[in-house]
Design a protein around this ligand. Structure first.
Ligand code: MN
Length: 454
């Protein structure tokens, strides 16, 4: 892929984009001798784990173009929001209107963009807790973050203790938080949300949570940033759920004297007496071994939250979706309050689903509405049965067709082209195209029977 120019410079092709990497031997972390080449190597090694956490979010970059410097002489940092003219044309971008100006932000949705950010020494990538919709609308936040920041005399053990307390409360609210050691001093807790609440509602909830935890554990927790006296305590910072604020992204490097990383951790690790922050070589080794341990947290949460396993015959797996490479599909005829057909394609360990009020189109000149619904577990592909009337989706479900599919194109939230091979209704090539906008139409797609059929 790469063609050498000078020892210190390379032109690479990533995802079909040409990118010139320069000053590869430049030391960005003097205390460890870590070079820009190593930083680029790190981000490409963790890209698959990292990208799902940052895609479609407005990315703010903290850049250290001359390196992070040393403890005594820190390097100069640029905090960059707006894209400048040097940005490659292929970088996806979205605009946020502020009171007196607009900023154009990159969306870090692919390896090429992540590599470009490493090339410009954007060591830290910060993102908000909400995403852009396919047409640029701000969606409701899809996760909540709580930043546990130790005051003087407190450290990681105190943060881990607070994290456990917060976890119990969040679990009581039906949420499933995951810890990330920040790469600096503290711990970030993330929990996936179903997108039903606005930024303001999530912020208010986080604030209330922090206040009540402070009241219950005054010796350990403080929720007010202005309180300077927090000796031995942990600041439970809820404010990063504000829609205009950002948090350093999971897997981002930190611009400190050592190349530390905001690293997803297991709850078991948090129990350890030797819990410590991790650096980039440790995180690379972990990702190589286990992939993204934070992955799959959200994909089945909405599905699970809508169903009571004791009341519906539908499969309700307790665990997270695991990555899968299979390409199965199912179309289920569903006699719910409104008859529809559920069109589901296996992708990334779940059945990505659309409800088709008129079923699949049989005429290439007549597209049908396809409303995207929550991802379903793979087990759902063989489900037939009666969902009780009072439960979510109550009514009869039968498999109308099932089999495998060949994928031509999958652009999340935009376009899917696939040829399905059904055991009952044969082979058909369809395109699903996002048409949605604001409000309820946000989930609307159309399904098109292509003129050319295999
Ligand atoms: Mn349905």
């Amino acid at each position: 892929m790469a063609t050498a120019k000078k020892s210190d410079e390379q032109v690479v092709a990533i995802d079909g984009h040409r990118l010139t990497l320069t000053h590869l031997d430049k030391v960005l972390y003097p205390e460890t001798g870590t070079t820009k080449a190593e930083v680029i190597g790190y981000y490409s090694a963790v890209a698959e784990a990292m990208l799902p956490h940052i895609r479609d979010r407005a990315a703010t970059r903290k850049r250290w173009v001359n390196g992070v410097g040393t403890e005594k002489v820190p390097g100069l940092m640029f905090f960059q929001k707006d894209l400048d003219d040097s940005t490659p044309a292929w970088v996806k971008r979205r605009t946020i209107e502020h009171k007196d100006h607009d900023n154009e932000y990159p969306l870090v949705n692919d390896l090429a963009t992540l590599t470009w950010l490493a090339q410009i020494a954007a060591l830290e990538i910060h993102v908000p807790q909400w995403r852009f919709g396919p047409k640029g609308a701000k969606r409701n936040p899809d996760r909540i973050v709580l930043d546990l920041d130790p005051g003087p005399g407190a450290g990681l053990p105190e943060c881990a203790e607070v994290a456990r307390v917060v976890r119990v409360i969040l679990q009581g609210m039906g949420l499933d938080p995951m810890p990330v050691t920040s790469g600096s001093k503290g711990i970030h807790l993330y929990a996936a949300l179903d997108g039903a609440q606005t930024t303001e509602q999530v912020s208010a909830m986080a604030h209330e949570l922090a206040r009540s935890l402070e009241a219950d554990h005054p010796e350990l927790i403080v929720s007010d940033m202005k309180k300077s006296l927090r000796q031995g305590k942990v600041l439970l910072d809820w404010s990063q759920n504000n829609g205009s604020k950002t948090t350093v992204a999971p897997y981002s490097l930190r611009g400190q004297t050592h190349p530390m990383v905001a690293a997803p951790r297991t709850w078991k690790e948090l129990e350890s007496k030797t819990l410590a922050q991790l650096d980039f070589t440790q995180v690379m080794a972990r990702v190589k071994k286990d992939g993204d341990i934070m992955g799959g947290i959200d994909r089945l949460r909405t599905y699970r939250s809508k169903r009571n396993a004791t009341k519906t015959p539908e499969p309700v797996p307790a665990g997270r979706a695991r990555p899968s490479k299979g390409q199965t599909f199912v179309i289920q005829e569903h006699h719910a309050s409104h008859l529809h057909w559920d069109f589901r394609l296996e992708h990334d360990g779940v059945l990505v689903s659309w409800a088709l009020p008129k079923g699949v189109p049989t005429d290439y000149q007549k597209n049908h509405l396809a409303v995207q619904t929550e991802d379903h577990p793979l087990e759902y592909g063989s489900f037939e049965g009666d969902i009780p009337k009072d439960e979510y989706g109550g009514g009869r479900v039968d498999i109308w067709d099932a089999g495998t599919y060949e994928l031509e194109k999958w652009r999340d939230g935009e376009e899917v082209i696939a040829t399905i091979h059904g055991t009952k209704h044969g082979t058909h090539r369809y395109a699903l195209i996002y048409t949605g906008g604001e409000g309820k139409a946000d989930k609307n797609w159309l399904i098109h029977l292509t003129k050319d059929q295999p």
